[in-house]
Design a protein around this ligand. Structure first.
Ligand code: FEO
Length: 172
């Protein structure tokens, strides 16, 4: 049976992951409005990543005999200053999510819930990747600056990004 405090904390994280998906969809819409379909593809893969995180938490709560309770999703931003601004905001957002995951780990530890503590280690590793992939985009964009052909090429590269679902053995 899932500890109530842990259950509430995971439900809050489900809302945060849904907001992440919503935010990245909004970023994708902004990029699409500029015909940057490669960067928009990058964001649509990010949306799928976030929804897979939601599913992972959802299944875990049910597996432990808990109850998933959904809350309202906050309205995301919809305007940014530039593509660089979008990816800097992405990197910043992922750092925030990492701190939320760390907070969840702390709740599991305080509540002596070792199963949840173990389950959360996947997310601890995932956040390393999430931060790294957003930061890589920021760094490449800073290198390119305002050089149009460079932006075009990076947009083409972003078009190649595909969604790789977590392995079945990882419980997604
Ligand atoms: Fe669900 Fe991008 O962290």
């Amino acid at each position: 049976m899932l500890n109530k405090k842990v259950e509430e904390a995971i439900n809050a994280q489900i809302n945060a992951e849904l907001f992440s998906a919503y935010l990245y969809m909004s970023m994708g819409a902004y990029l699409d409005s500029m015909n940057l379909t490669g960067f928009s593809n990058w964001m649509s893969i990010q949306v799928q990543e976030e929804l897979s995180h939601v599913q992972k938490f959802y299944h875990y709560v049910n597996e432990r005999g808990g109850r998933v309770v959904l809350d309202a999703i906050e309205k995301p931003e919809f305007e940014w200053d530039s593509v660089l601004d979008v990816f800097e905001a992405t990197y910043e957002h992922e750092q925030k999510v990492t701190s939320l995951i760390n907070g969840l780990v702390e709740v599991a530890r305080i509540e002596n819930d070792n199963a949840t503590y173990n389950f959360l280690q996947w997310f601890v590793s995932e956040q390393v990747e999430e931060e790294a992939s957003a930061d890589a985009m920021v760094q490449k964009m800073k290198l390119i600056g305002d050089f149009g052909p460079g932006i075009f090429m990076l947009d083409q590269e972003a078009m190649q990004r595909v969604f790789v679902p977590p392995a079945a053995s990882e419980g997604a």
